[in-house]
Design a protein around this ligand. Structure first.
Ligand SMILES: [Zn+2]
Length: 491
């Protein structure tokens, strides 16, 4: 979900002529991964590499326009995480102490007694909370309370309730444990602290730092590996200069379950490093089943991306994410209703419009349309001008589904326009109505072309396809761009 949102907004910003760098990544050092790898009898690294390829194949099937997709198990990231660690250590913002805490293996995070619900973490009521006592490194998170609160006042967040929740959370900031003692772990998996190899970095702490790693060219890391200590020192200075220059990042897209990490720990870490935090965040909710239950393997109510892609195809899947899901709050996803919406909005409304316009243009105008607005004089009564501003405004406000829904209503407007002016009726007296027919179809085609251009922000394939059909040297009746999807009788 995050990734498709990010892709859509990336395409939007590019449309506006902005230069973008779209980076994605996977955090791979969680203990859950260790357990799964064990089950499969492979090493954690083999497991995450296989998973990564699987994800990347999905990303490619969804046509995501990312510039970088980083694995946190990448050696360059180990290097970066240790550069950051060293800097925080030198600044005395990381220190060692004995810690006793309640740990949820699902969140990979510690909780206080008061945060538990019925003895369990709020997100994983089915998992046992573990009592953990060990000597760990701590990050002085509490020292950044005022800065984080002030940041929470000014940062752009699409969902106002997230700001309120995070501000409440930030009022009671405690220093956080950022390492685990290796001797206490059953499997050695994570980024070792170079200055104290008996510790591994806490997964979330270094995972957030994957936002910084792609900003450093691989070449710089390779030079560092081969360089003398003097060269290494120079390269390290250069790394900090790059971050100071490239930050802040403009936009982060995250799930609500990750808000605490991205809106508290991450800005505090950046403040600690003297770097500027993210300017705006799209924090989306979770997807539940149609009854509002969380997706869970045990409940058997999950919907996999694989199934969705095979049933709905690339643009159908993108349609579900960008049109059917709420960008604010959770969505109860009812696949039957999604199919209805797909058929109504894409197959019928937009899909039929494309067939209709191209068919009429082929039959009545010999497939020829002049898109040059200077050459067209349209009487006031026959005007129709689809405006992309409203769609763009919603995208600027980080509400892709609202933007997409407006775009679909614009297709409805063109259909209504054709119903009103009825070129097929005018054709009954083609000689007399020649100019009128030409005007109506030209206006319809110009507006449809605008829709196709905007549609490619959401559905790059279909948008591009419609655009090509309309701008061909001779327009011919289009095939069904969005084949109807039948409701599966079994479900
Ligand atoms: Zn949990």
């Amino acid at each position: 979900m995050d990734a498709v949102y990010a892709d859509c907004l990336n395409r939007f910003l590019k449309r506006l002529g902005q230069q973008t760098f779209f980076s994605m990544g996977t955090d791979e050092h969680s203990f859950k991964i260790v357990d799964k790898a064990k089950e499969l009898g492979v090493t954690p690294k083999q497991f995450v590499d296989a998973k990564f390829l699987e994800f990347e194949s999905f990303y490619n099937q969804l046509d995501l326009s990312f510039d970088e997709n980083l694995q946190s198990s990448n050696p360059k990231h180990y290097w970066v995480a240790n550069l950051i660690w060293e800097r925080l250590l030198i600044k005395n913002l990381i220190y060692k102490k004995t810690y006793q805490g309640l740990y949820c293996i699902g969140c990979e995070d510690f909780y206080s007694e008061s945060q538990l619900i019925g003895g369990h973490c709020p997100i994983h009521p089915h998992l046992e909370i573990q009592k953990v006592s060990e000597e760990n490194y701590f990050f002085k998170l509490a020292a950044f309370k005022e800065q984080v609160l002030e940041y929470l006042d000014r940062v752009t967040i699409n969902d106002p309730s997230v700001r309120v929740e995070m501000k409440n959370f930030a009022k009671d900031l405690q220093d956080i444990s950022v390492s685990r003692d290796r001797s206490r772990l059953s499997v050695d998996w994570g980024i070792p602290v170079n200055s104290d190899p008996s510790h591994l970095m806490y997964v979330w702490f270094e995972a957030l730092q994957t936002y910084l790693t792609p900003l450093i060219p691989d070449e710089l890391y390779e030079n560092w590996l081969e360089g003398s200590p003097d060269i290494q020192k120079t390269i390290e200075l250069e790394v900090w200069e790059i971050w100071a220059e490239e930050l802040p990042q403009n936009l982060q897209i995250i799930g609500r379950d990750n808000a605490k990490f991205h809106l508290i720990i991450w800005p505090a870490t950046l403040f600690a490093l003297g770097l500027r935090p993210i300017e705006s965040l799209l924090v989306h909710g979770m997807i539940n089943d149609k009854f509002g239950r969380k997706f869970a393997k045990s409940a058997g109510n999950g919907i996999t991306l694989e199934d969705t892609l095979s049933q709905f195809g690339k643009d159908g899947t993108r349609f579900i994410i960008l049109h059917e899901l709420n960008s604010i709050g959770d969505t109860n996803l009812d696949i039957d209703r999604v199919i209805e919406s797909y058929n109504a909005n894409l197959a019928n409304n937009l899909g039929n419009l494309v067939v209709r316009v191209t068919n009429l243009v082929e039959k009545m105008l010999g497939g020829l349309i002049n898109f040059d607005p200077i050459d067209i004089k349209v009487p006031a009564a026959m005007k129709l001008e689809i405006n992309t501003n409203e769609v763009y405004k919603e995208l600027e406000d980080l509400a892709p589904e609202k933007a997409f829904r407006i775009l679909i209503t614009q297709a409805t407007l063109i259909n209504q326009y054709l119903e009103k002016h009825k070129p097929w009726e005018l054709a009954k007296d083609a000689d007399k109505n020649e100019a009128k027919i030409k005007t109506v179809l030209t206006v319809a085609a110009i507006n449809l072309k605008t829709i196709a251009e905007t549609l490619s922000i959401f559905l790059p394939d279909s948008g591009g396809q419609i655009y090509e059909i309309l701008t061909a040297s001779k327009i011919i009746k289009a095939p069904a761009i969005f084949p109807r999807i039948e409701v599966d009788a079994e479900s």
